[in-house]
Design a protein around this ligand. Structure first.
Ligand code: ADP
Length: 621
């Protein structure tokens, strides 16, 4: 005890373990005659549990126990009677050994462990801040966390995140740790003559280790500091800084790396927040625009669920716009024509389709494929145009009707001219010209009247017919014209076509118009094919030619009244009414007509009629 040791005494094996544990003993002095039957087994047990415990063995025959002692790592063997001087020598020897182990092994190990722990902590902190950025936390929280982490990982006294105010060109404190509140609020740093400004300008981080006071700002002195730039792309928008105001700590390159990593995180968070705010603002703007336009807008995804519907579209379909989002279009909208457009999208998108609503309005529907979103339909109110169209038709009808009698009179009198006296050759030519012109005007007037009649629905006569012979008759009547232009007029008409309810004279008119156009527009020597066949309860009439084709921009309009293609020569005869009549007749028969054409290659006009029954001419309708 005078040599500075404390001791406890154990009476048996169990006692011994307990004591070694409880007192965290360094040295065990063990008599081989100690109460255990095999003292070496007890020693081996204790060594296993307390590997750092050094043992001095007391034995009257040291030579006999030496080998086993050596194997168990016994530090020394003393021979009783135990003398203090021997014991102290042994103890000193053990202590020296221990000091050696401590210095060479344990201390470096402890140092490494501490540094590893610190690094692990640093990574943990970095990961936490990184996670916060992807989490839904506010920018304030993320920036504050970045400053906190910078301060605690570098053991700094204080830290701050300074951002550039673009307007004034000054840096202000966006987040801080351990700064005075008043100071934070009033802190403004000019970029041109400050250390932070230098980092901002160069984009390079700055480390000043303990060198004596540095001036951050007038009367604001620090002993050591780190500033790392906050970079967004090429631009530096601020700095993350930590410092020691007193001479208590210092910074290392490792600290600089940590603060730089945190600064990168902070910059990402700021950029994300900025992008988010911009996107939100843009979205709001777009929403407001789409919501307030006077056209109906409905956007659906590829599964045909409503993504967006504006007030006008909701009103057109008489649904609650707010509750519509996410619903399948067909669950809310019952408009047949619109649903068929939805059905065919996005493979077929309407360009000029018309729909008629229950309240009597007309809308022109257009569809647009929006990649990665779905399809957008816009509905434009054309009710007033329809009304104008109706008034115009009425007017044209009246005028055409009134023109018929004078035209007949003119024609009659020109025919009489030759009968009341001989005409000179010149007079004869003039009379023929007058007659030609009158014939042209009469044809136009007749076409106009025809169209008026069909559009007004006066044309109610329909019977069950096989359209094969009707089309054949039309082809035969045009054969001569085709021969005059040395054109091949070929027909493929299926036998035993299903019957359709139709007006045969009108069907003939459709065929004659389409074949007539093909002959007229296809140059001499061309080829024209007429096909009639049935497919899935439909009768299809197709007229194709290898003529000049129709420019794509013209294609949607060729069925409009008076529309003539931009590639048609001025002197080509025609009124622009033929296809309008075709369309009116086809629609009056619940059919559809369209054109597919390639410039320079030819055109194909297709008419589809719904068939009612297999052909049975003797069955009354
Ligand atoms: P018109 O033939 O009197 O000009 P239509 O209404 O019959 O009037 O046709 C409208 C337009 O469609 C024509 O002016 C022409 O540009 C185009 N068109 C119709 N049929 C053909 C065809 N077979 N080949 C090329 N263009 C055609």
């Amino acid at each position: 005890m005078p040599a500075g040791y404390q001791h406890v005494v154990a009476e048996n094996g169990a006692d011994l373990s307990l004591l070694a544990e409880k007192h965290a003993a360094d040295i065990l002095v063990l008599d081989v005659n100690f109460g255990e039957p095999d003292p070496f087994a007890a020693l081996a047990r204790i060594h296993k549990r307390h590997p750092l415990l050094s043992t001095i063995l007391l034995s009257s025959r040291p030579e006999q126990v030496a080998l086993r002692s050596l194997r168990l790592g016994v530090a020394d063997i003393l021979k009783p009677p135990l003398r203090t001087s021997d014991l102290l020598r042994s103890l000193r020897y053990i202590q020296e050994e221990r000091a050696l182990v401590e210095n060479k092994v344990i201390l470096p190990l402890k140092r490494d462990t501490r540094s590893l722990k610190q690094r692990a902590q640093a990574f943990q902190k970095l990961a936490e801040v990184g996670q916060m950025i992807t989490g839904s936390l506010s920018l304030d929280q993320v920036l504050k966390a970045a400053v906190d982490a910078a301060v605690s990982l570098t053991d700094a006294q204080e830290g701050s995140l300074l951002l550039l105010d673009e307007q004034t060109g000054e840096l202000y404190v966006r987040a801080e740790r351990n700064l005075d509140d008043h100071f934070t609020k009033t802190f403004r740093l000019r970029v041109d003559d400050s250390l932070a400004g230098k980092v901002l300008a160069t984009g390079e981080p700055l480390l000043i280790s303990r060198q004596g006071p540095q001036k951050i700002k007038t009367a604001y002195l620090v002993h050591s500091l780190i500033y790392a730039p906050l970079r967004i792309g090429e631009k530096v928008i601020g700095v993350l800084g930590v410092d020691h105001r007193d001479q208590v700590g210092d910074f290392t390159q490792e600290h600089l790396l940590l603060v730089s990593a945190l600064a990168d995180f902070a910059a990402i968070a700021i950029q994300n927040a900025h992008l988010y705010a911009t996107t939100e603002a843009e979205r709001d703007k777009l929403n407001t625009i789409l919501t307030s336009v006077r056209d109906g807008v409905l956007v659906m995804d590829n599964e045909k669920r409503i993504i967006f519907i504006n007030a006008m579209a909701a009103e057109i379909f008489n649904i609650n716009g707010q509750q519509a989002v996410g619903e399948h279009v067909s669950r809310l909208i019952y408009h047949d024509t619109f649903l068929s457009l939805v059905e065919n999208a996005p493979q077929q998108l309407p360009e000029q389709e018309e729909i008629h609503t229950l309240d009597g309005r007309f809308f022109s529907v257009q569809g647009a494929d929006i990649p990665r979103v779905g399809v957008a339909f816009t509905l434009h109110d054309i009710t007033h145009l329809k009304e104008l169209d109706r008034l115009k038709s009425e007017f044209v009808n009246t005028v055409s009707h009134d023109l018929r009698s004078p035209l007949t009179a003119i024609m009659g009198y020109t025919e009489l001219l030759g009968r009341i006296g001989p005409l000179t050759e010149q007079q004869q030519i003039f009379v023929e010209r007058v007659q030609n012109s009158v014939a042209n005007i009469t044809a136009l007037v007749n076409q106009l009247l025809d169209l008026g009649r069909i559009e007004a629905g006066f044309d109610t006569h329909k019977e069950l017919i096989d359209i094969g012979p009707v089309v054949r008759f039309a082809v035969d009547s045009m054969q001569l014209q085709a021969e005059e232009k040395s054109q091949d007029l070929v027909t493929h008409i299926e036998q035993e076509l299903p019957a359709i309810m139709a007006n045969p004279a009108r069907i003939q008119q459709v065929a004659e118009n389409l074949i007539g156009n093909a002959i007229k527009y296809t140059p001499s020597g061309g080829r024209i094919e007429v096909r009639v066949y049935s497919e899935e309860h439909q009768i299809i009439l197709q007229v194709s030619d290898n003529g000049p084709g129709i420019p794509s921009p013209d294609q949607p309009y060729v069925f409009d009244k008076f529309y003539r293609g931009s590639n048609v020569a001025e002197e080509t005869s025609g009124t622009g009414l033929g296809l309008a009549i075709v369309k009116s007749i086809v629609e009056a028969h619940n059919g559809r007509v369209w054109v597919e054409s390639k410039l320079g290659e030819g055109s194909t006009f297709t008419v589809v009629f719904p068939s009612e029954l297999p052909y049975a001419p003797n069955t009354p309708p």
